[in-house]
Write a protein that binds this ligand. Sequence first.
Ligand code: NAP
Length: 518
Amino acid sequence: MITLRSYVSGAWVVGRGKPAVLVNPSTEEPLAEAGSEGVDFGAAARFARDRGGAALRALTFAQRGAAIGKLGKLIFAHRDALIDLAIANGGCTRGDAKFDIDGGSGTLAAYAAIGQALGDRRVLADGELTQLSRSPRFAGQHILTPREGVAVHVNAFNFPAWGFAEKAAVALLAGMPVIVKPAASTALLAHRIMELLVDAALFPEGAVSFIAGSVGDLVDHLGPQDVLAFTGSGETGAALRCHPCVVRCNVRVNVEADSLNAAVLGKDVERGSDTYRLFINDVVRDMTQKTGQKCTAIRRVLAPRDLLAAVEEDLGIALDAVVVGNPAAAEVTMGPLATAAQRKDVRSGIDQLTAAARVVWRAPVHTAPVAAPAGKGFFQAPVLFRAEERAGIAAVHAREVFGPVATVISYDGTAASAIALVRQGEGGLVSSLYTNDRAFTEETLLGLAPHHGRVFIAGDAVVEHATQPGMVLPLLVHGGPGRAGGGEELGGRRGLAFYMQRTAVQASRTFLETWLGS
Ligand code: NAP
C-alpha cells in the first residue's frame, strides 16, 4: 500500500496516527493511506510565506508564467500514468480522467500565456490613470501587488488534478505561494502531480506545499495577508468562513460550493432538430460524466409542456445505453461514485427527491455493474425524475444530489416562468439555454444572469462549435452567488485580483506613468 506524504517546509513528511485509507471505488480494494497528524502547520505556513512568497515576488509575471507552463507540460507528459491513477482511485472512465487531467494542464497553459503577455513586471495597473484635481499633474492610479501571505487551497474530491492546477495557476502567477490540500479520499492523483512538481524543481522552495490527509490546525495559523480558497460542500464552506481566525484576521475567503444548475429548452425548438439533440446530449453527458459528480452538472431540466413527453423519452433512450461498471473495462461508460460516503449521500438524496417527484427512468434492478467483484463498489445507476409545478417540490430546487441524477420540470414556455423556476435554486454556477428565439433569449438571460456566474446559450448557429455547459474554462469566471458559495475564480487576468492587494496610489502623473511604463 502506498503511503502519501505531505510536502511542507521544503521536505516530505509522513503523518503519524490513524491515516485515511484510499480505496478503488469499483472494487473497494485499499490503494494508499494518508494522514497529516504531527505535521507542523504553523511552521509550514511561515515557510511558505517567508521563503516561497519572497522568492515568487522576486520573479516577473513572465518568469512565473514560464514555470506554470512547464508544470502543464509535465502533467501532459505523464498523462497516461495519471489517467490510470484516476481510473483506480477516482472511479473515472478514461474520458472522465482526461476531462480532469487535461482540464488541469489546459488551465496551466492558459495562465502561462497570461504571464507571458503581462511580461517583465511585478506590479499591475488596475484601470485607467485618473486626474484628481484641476491640475493634470497630480493623478490617481489603482495598482495590484501580490499579498504577502500564503494561499491555502482546500479542494473537493471530484477533480483532484484540475482543482489543484486551476487554483495553483492563478495564485502562483499572482505571486502567492500555495498550500494545496486535496480531499483525502481521491488524493492519489494530486499527490503524484506534487511528486512530479517537486522532482522537477519548477518553482522556488516554499512556493508549493501539499497536505496529504486532513487540514489539521492550519486555519488557526492564517493571518491578515493570507487567503483561503475552498471548493466543496456549502456546509464545510460556511464552517471555514466562520472560523474565528478567519473572522478575526479578515482572511480573504473564496467559496465554491453546491449548485442546482438548470438547462432550459425553448418552446421554439423542435424535437429532433440540431439544438434539441445538443440539449439531450448535454443533459445525458452531465448526468453520467464523472458519475454526475461535477459541480457544474445539469440537475434541473426545464422542458416546455408540449415537449415534456418527448424529452423524457429521448433522455430515457440515451440513458438505456449507459454501461455502469468498473471503468478499467473498456465497455464501461460510467464508473462508481467516489466513496462509500458519497453513495450514502446520493441515495439519501434520491429518497428525498422520490418524495417530491416521480421517477421516469431508472435502470432495471437486476442490472449488475460490469467487471466489478460481486457486492463490491460504490455503484449507482442514473435516475431521472419528473417534478410537477406544485407545492412540496422544494427539494428539487434545494437538494443537490451529487451523482447521476436529474429532474425534468415542465414549464409554460415563457421566459418569466423559466426564470421563476431556475431562481428557486437560490444561486448557481451555470445554467444553459437552448433556443433560436432571440426575444426569449434576451429576456431569459437578463433574468438568469444575476443569479449565476455563467450562462450558456446554444442554438442552431453554434451547435457544431459550442463548448459544453459543464466545462469550466480558464478565461471565463467560475463561481456563483448564494448556494454556489458566493465566490469567483479564474476569468483569465480577473482571477489574479483575489491573490493581490488593490491599492489606490495618488502621486505625480509623471511618476505613475514612468513607474508603470504606461
Ligand atoms: P467537503 O466534504 O466539504 O470536502 C471538501 C474539502 O474540504 C475536502 O478537501 C475536505 O477534506 C475538506 N474539509 C472537510 N472538512 C473540513 C474542515 N472542517 N476544515 C477544513 N477542510 C475540511 O465536500 P465534498 O463532499 O468533498 O465535495 C462535494 C461538494 O463539493 C458538492 O456539494 C459539490 O457541489 C461541491 N463542489 C463544488 C465545486 C465548485 O467549483 N463550486 C467543485 C467541486 C465540488 P477531506 O476530504 O480530507 O475531509
